[in-house]
Design a protein around this ligand. Structure first.
Ligand code: ADP
Ligand code: ADP
Length: 223
């Protein structure tokens, strides 16, 4: 069975008339990396928000399976706007979600260190978000997501604010994590090269109402 199944999903936001999406059918298998592309406003973020349970579908159903053998699903959402808590250090931002999840202190520290090292922020953990550049904040948000060691990773243009070199390094790291841990990943991107490089499948959404136009299977790039 697929890990994620959208069946005939429609979404109309409250106090609006035009639907953002209608008749969306989409299945995603465990361990797949699916890129979501389409013009601005076509509903890509809405689709991630629906999956994260931040907003409800107006019609249709969305099923998300738990991790193998359990009902529990660990998911992480890396928002387009990093949304770091301004009054907490970078390290505390990364550890905060783990604290909420009941991860013990020593393990929190270990995971935060690893994730911060991974995004090359190992030396900046004690800083506060306003002391970081936009790109560094974006990397911190990515570290916060990865430290959760999620089964489902939702990424909304996670590399947009990064310089080319850092972007390509983190794209490779993301691929390696998805391969090693079987993390099911949805990646919203405007960068077609990024989609081609990383994705097992590319979902192309059209603008209003955001039907899924085509699902392109990318048979290269990953073995
Ligand atoms: P994308 O991520 O593809 O740019 P979004 O999912 O952010 O698209 O938005 C899809 C459409 O839904 C846009 O027209 C946007 O203005 C509208 N929209 C998004 N969030 C809300 C909201 N909370 N209330 C009303 N309209 C919204
Ligand atoms: P290593 O430290 O062994 O070199 P990497 O640095 O390549 O490992 O990547 C491990 C990182 O992957 C961890 O720091 C963690 O942030 C992230 N990660 C994401 N999902 C998982 C998971 N399911 N299990 C372990 N680590 C995960």
């Amino acid at each position: 069975a697929p890990m994620i199944a959208f069946r005939d999903v429609g979404k109309t936001y409250p106090k609006t008339t035009a639907p953002v999406m209608t008749g969306v059918d989409l299945e995603i298998e465990r361990g797949e990396l699916v890129a979501l592309i389409g013009p601005s406003g076509c509903g890509k973020s809405t689709l991630l928000n629906l999956l994260a349970g931040l907003t409800d579908a107006t019609t249709g159903t969305i099923d998300v399976a738990g991790s193998a053998g359990t009902e529990e699903l660990r998911s992480a959402y890396v928002f387009q706007n990093p949304r770091l808590l301004p009054w907490r250090s970078v390290r505390h931002n990364v550890e905060f979600g783990l604290e909420q999840a009941g991860v013990p202190a020593a393990e929190r520290r270990r995971r935060a260190n690893e994730a911060l090292e991974l995004v090359h922020l190992g030396e900046h953990g004690e800083k506060y978000p306003h002391q970081l550049s936009g790109g560094m904040q974006q990397r911190a948000a990515l570290a916060r997501g990865l430290a959760l060691e999620p089964d489902l990773l939702l990424l909304d243009e996670p590399f947009g604010a990064l310089d080319a070199l850092t972007r390509s390094y983190l794209q490779e790291e993301l691929l390696s994590i998805v391969r090693r841990f079987g993390t099911t990943t949805l990646l919203v991107t405007h960068d077609i090269d990024e989609a081609l490089l990383l994705a097992d499948r590319i979902v192309v959404m059209s603008s209003r109402p955001a039907r899924i136009k085509r699902v392109v299977t990318v048979p290269f790039g990953r073995e």
